[in-house]
Write a protein that binds this ligand. Structure first.
Ligand SMILES: [Zn+2]
Length: 524
């Protein structure tokens, strides 16, 4: 392996140029019918075959024995020398390098000298968007009237940085990201011919990881092969990416509302030392794949998968706000499995401390109850029939005791300062007071995460209002929904309809639980 794999396996003919069918066909035809343009601009992400294609064109132009009228023979002196980078008439310039500008100047100076050995001079300028304005101007002059023996191929990852004057003189090709399957297949070919031992799933992981770039894929393959057999766990450990089968497993557990097992699974991931933040990112990607599959198949779990992806995105935003790294995933699990499952009451112990397992269970049940309590509040926003949980223990104020909305808003900082819990104090200050009606103070909260946080302090806030202003008000938090893109395609029926048999039972269960824990009563 003296030669880097990505150089060694650079496509030497059009058949090996992976994943760029349109470009490939068009250029093959242009060569065959002698219709090549004198200036091309190739745009596209890194590692998608731009410079490889440029070299193929250079070979095809100069090859002495084209196969089928378009394919370089790879045997004649020109093909061989171009492949080795030894043909003076084919000049590769990296505009991103320090001497890029000098090279362009040199190019322009020498443009009028005919090729030394071959028929055509080919200039391949990589990362052309890095050129200075002066260099672009110099290049523009030569592009306006290039000598007939000169061809230009400009490659860039940032097409928008190329001046329009340049673009208008070039034929443009957009290189796509290479599909994961194409990358996997190419990796397999390379691994087999290098005699690497590998698991095909590991190659799939690499393919996903590189996001459409073949060069990155080959570089990764080479690094991993040095370590040993290319296995899923080797890839996971070295590239820091998750085993997608694990993401898939998590998704299946959530789809099946299998809370206990999903919780255990999170624990296992944590103990294995999995980077949970990365896991969540990969999980969202897997979720997206499944969503697209469901959409294409015309049904199935579309809404449910969307809901889970949404929860996963919320969970992602929770990292950094807690020092318990597995908590965001755990909350996601509880929320995703919450609806439709029957959550039992925490077992009561008569004496002594409850075993750890029970304590953990209780904590989970509390989280579940909080998560469910969020739902009815959401529904009040949508003006649907609702069951409200009255969390306050005080009596609502009547008549003259009720302040106006303006009065409450004016006093808000004062009220917040009277809140006992310090972290709550800060949160309360940022909330919107929506209305005061019938002794009920409605407060808007803009995320479920925030809602859970402030909901636990409802009594604290009510007490603060009474202490600072003497008003007896019942506080109600309302989730102000953010506009989310995919909600536009949500059908008007409630997505939870299929679970309605369970819903009644579970929601009344959770209300009971919430009442037990918060000491409130149900109001209709
Ligand atoms: Zn040849």
């Amino acid at each position: 392996m003296s030669l880097a794999l990505y150089r060694k396996y650079r496509p030497e003919n059009f058949e090996n140029l992976v994943g760029q069918d349109v470009v490939q066909t068009t250029i093959k035809n242009a060569i065959q019918f002698n219709k090549l343009a004198q200036a091309y601009v190739f745009s596209g992400p890194r590692g998608t075959g731009k410079t490889s294609t440029a070299r193929l064109i250079a070979k095809a132009l100069n090859c002495e024995a084209l196969v089928d009228g378009f394919s370089p023979c790879d045997k004649c002196e020109f093909c061989v020398d171009i492949a080795k980078g030894n043909l003076m008439d084919v000049v590769e310039i990296d505009a991103a390098s320090n001497n890029g500008v000098d090279h362009v100047r040199d190019l322009v100076d020498k443009i009028n000298f005919a090729p030394t050995r071959s028929k055509y001079k080919v200039y391949i300028v990589d990362e052309v968007h890095m050129m200075s304005k002066g260099a672009f101007n110099a290049l523009l002059k030569t592009l306006e009237e290039p000598p007939e023996y000169v061809y230009f191929i400009l490659a860039t990852t940032e097409i928008h940085k190329i001046p329009e004057t340049i673009l208008s003189r070039c034929q443009r090709f957009d290189f796509k990201r290479i599909g994961n399957d194409d990358i996997r297949d190419r990796l397999k070919v390379v691994a087999e011919s290098e005699g690497f031992e590998f698991e095909i799933e590991a190659l799939e992981m690499i393919a996903r990881f590189v996001n459409g770039g073949m060069r990155d894929a080959l570089v990764a393959l080479e690094k991993l092969a040095v370590v040993g057999k290319i296995t899923v766990s080797l890839v996971r450990d070295n590239l820091g990416i998750s085993d997608f089968r694990e993401c898939k497993k998590m998704m299946d557990l959530l789809l099946g509302r299998n809370m206990a097992e999903a919780m255990e699974f999170v624990g296992a991931l944590y103990e294995e030392g999995t980077d949970l933040r990365q896991f969540l990112k990969d999980f969202i990607e897997v979720g997206r794949d499944m969503l697209l599959e469901s959409v294409n198949a015309g049904g199935g779990d579309i809404l449910r998968i969307m809901e889970i992806i949404d929860l996963a995105i919320d969970a992602g935003q929770m990292f950094g706000k807690t020092s318990i790294v597995q908590l965001p995933l755990e909350i996601m699990v509880v929320k995703a499995c919450g609806e439709g499952v029957s959550v039992g009451r925490p077992p009561v112990k008569d004496a002594g401390r409850p075993p750890v397992k029970d304590a953990v269970l209780k904590e989970r049940v509390i989280t579940a109850a909080v998560a469910k309590r969020v739902k009815p509040v959401e529904k009040t926003v949508k003006e649907e029939p609702r069951l409200e949980v009255k969390v306050s223990s005080g009596h609502a104020a009547k008549g003259a005791d009720v302040p106006s909305l303006d009065e409450v808003r004016r006093s808000w900082t004062l009220i917040a300062d009277s809140v006992v819990t310090p972290s709550l104090k800060m949160s309360i200050k940022t909330l919107d007071v929506l209305s005061v009606e019938d002794g009920i103070l409605k407060i808007g909260v803009n995320s479920t995460f925030h809602l859970e946080k402030v909901s636990s302090g409802v009594r604290d806030l009510e007490a603060a209002i009474q202490k600072s202003k003497g008003w007896v008000l019942r506080v109600q938090f309302t989730l102000i929904e953010k506009a989310r893109d995919f909600q536009r395609i949500e059908p008007s029926e409630s997505p939870r309809v299929p679970y309605s048999e369970n819903q009644e039972k579970s929601s009344s269960d959770s209300v009971d639980l919430a009442l037990d824990m918060f000491g409130g009563e149900v109001v209709n």
